[in-house]
Design a binder for this molecule. Structure first.
Ligand SMILES: Cc1cc2nc3c(=O)[nH]c(=O)nc-3n(C[C@H](O)[C@H](O)[C@H](O)COP(=O)(O)OP(=O)(O)OC[C@H]3O[C@@H](n4cnc5c(N)ncnc54)[C@H](O)[C@@H]3O)c2cc1C
Length: 479
């Protein structure tokens, strides 16, 4: 074998996975076909759960120190979820994808892992022991596992012949990175009487410190074929249709048309090959979910591949990647489709739709409805199917960040190992059997004992009799 895991694609998914495997101590090769990292901003919104996951690896503080990354309030179908403010330790934040990629790449480089650029994967085969990848250069790499993090048009997915069912795009909207003048709006979704709309949210600042905005535009007659270039005149016209003369375009840095294609791989695991991020699911970027879902795919898969490489993964562990992550992205695709319809992105002004939206807007004035939608978008409500969830409200959910006196419980996850919170020192004997994979923490008197997986999800809480089976289920045979 040339390496244990070959990751194809150094976008946010591949970079996060490379870091997870580094934390797990797994030799990894990360390749990308681009000679240089893309500087396109693409995603701009980072959800609470993604920030929490970075925090659990000690990466959030240095990431936030890279610049001014303002917090904001999430929206669903353009309706701001203002009642959810203050709900999470890490509120929704604007951090451009390019900043996250640059930060992760530098962090990996500092740990001796560099992205092998100019490496375009063109061929793939697998057998019982491993995967053979061929590159455009003629180079051949043999690995035990391969992860396709190569984006929505995944070469790996095509080479596998993997099913990618869903719906082709039926319309386009415009996404642009801009500087605006006049009454420069921040975080708004604005609609004109005649169905034209504009969404604006902050994208940090340019090198001169001037505010940048992500602008999305649509409405009647604005859904042009994807290949038609977006012009400055089109952006000015779209702004004027929504804001009149209140807002003008100062600078257009980048623009593209985005389709509402919605597809998801039927299977995330194909033997020794796994699909992650956009390679596994694509949808219209509404509500800041694509990059976040990919990063969380990587967190879910990383420690499981680590366990397989180190030889302690129970037989079912790698299959739980599909079982846990497929339903998450399926739900994202559905909520994006619902949001796109409610936002009437094509500007039909269909009276039935207007009535539905009015009713929906009234419902979203209820706190519980906002909390429900916030759970959907922020990732904090993701609950994985696990044994022991019945009657145990914590099991399957992201672990709470508890103040344990000298440390926060999330800080205990920095080593990428399991953590057993054992405030009453009752489980030292059983935990010792898994001491090479699970850390036991005796701090935090008064908190509930719980077992936390390396990706930060609670996998046991409550009944002491179930602890040993849970350790075996997630961490394999005792030492
Ligand atoms: C305008 C816009 C706005 C968005 N806003 C948001 C947002 O606010 N929040 C959010 O969460 N998401 C958002 N998204 C979605 C987000 O950008 C994607 O979900 C994210 O980029 C997916 O990351 P990835 O690492 O899975 O794939 P990618 O970022 O597509 O990376 C794939 C990598 O694989 C490489 N590659 C491809 N083929 C090969 C090959 N054969 N060999 C080697 N390398 C290869 C590519 O060069 C690329 O670097 C937005 C997208 C767009 C376009």
């Amino acid at each position: 074998m040339d390496t244990d895991v070959l990751i194809v694609g150094a976008g946010p998914t591949g970079l996060t996975l490379a870091n997870e495997l580094r934390v797990a101590g797994v030799p990894t090769l990360l390749v990308d076909k681009l000679p240089q990292r893309s500087t396109l901003s693409k995603a701009g919104g980072v959800q609470s759960r993604t920030q929490e996951a970075f925090d659990q690896r000690g990466l959030l503080e240095p990431l936030l120190a890279t610049g001014n990354h303002p917090t904001g309030t999430a929206h669903f179908a353009g309706i701001t979820l203002s009642l959810t403010q203050g709900r999470h330790r890490h509120p929704w934040r604007s951090i451009p994808q390019a900043v996250i990629e640059g930060f992760l790449e530098q962090h990996l480089a500092a740990q001796g892992i560099s992205v092998r650029r100019d490496h375009e994967l063109t061929g793939l085969s697998q057998d019982e022991d491993g995967v053979t990848a061929t590159f455009a250069s003629g180079r051949v790499v043999r690995s035990r596992y391969l992860v396709a993090a190569d984006g929505g048009r995944s070469t790996v997915r095509s080479l596998l012949g993997a099913e990618f069912p869903g719906r082709p795009g039926t319309m386009t909207t415009v996404a642009a990175d801009v500087r605006l003048s006049g009454d420069d709006p921040v975080m708004t979704h604005t609609r004109s009487e005649d169905g034209h709309w504009a969404s604006v949210f902050p994208l940090g600042t340019d090198p001169q410190g001037r505010p940048l905005r992500r602008l999305s535009l649509g409405g009647p007659g604005r859904s042009l074929p994807r290949e038609v270039p977006v012009t400055e005149a089109e952006i000015r016209d779209g702004l004027s249709a929504v804001f009149g003369s209140r807002v003008q375009l100062l600078e257009l840095r980048y623009a593209r048309r985005i389709t509402n294609a919605a597809r998801q791989a039927a299977q995330y695991r194909h033997g020794r090959v796994f699909l992650a991020g956009d390679a596994a699911h694509v949808h219209l970027p509404i509500g800041a979910q694509g990059m976040n879902t990919g990063i969380q795919d990587a967190l879910n898969l990383g420690w499981k591949l680590g366990a397989a490489v180190h030889g302690w993964a129970p037989d079912h562990l790698l299959d739980t990647y599909h079982a846990e992550r497929h339903p998450v992205a399926a739900a994202v695709l559905r909520n994006v489709q619902a949001q796109s319809l409610l936002m009437d992105q094509q500007g039909t002004r269909d009276p039935d739709l207007v009535a539905t939206k009015e009713l929906f807007a009234a419902l979203t004035q209820l706190r519980d409805v906002q909390y429900f939608l916030d759970d959907v978008l922020s990732g904090m409500g993701i609950r994985y199917p696990m044994p022991g969830t019945e009657g145990r409200p914590l099991v399957g959910l992201p672990a709470p960040d508890l103040d344990l006196g000298p440390v926060r419980s999330h800080e205990l996850l920095r080593r990428g190992r399991g953590v057993l919170l054992d405030p009453a020192d009752r489980f030292a004997k059983v935990a010792a059997l898994w001491h090479d994979r699970v850390d036991r923490a005796g701090q935090g008197a008064g908190t509930e004992p719980m077992l936390i997986r390396p990706d930060g999800y609670v996998c046991w809480a409550g009944n002491p009799d179930d602890l040993e089976p849970a350790l075996g289920h997630w961490f394999g045979e005792p030492h």
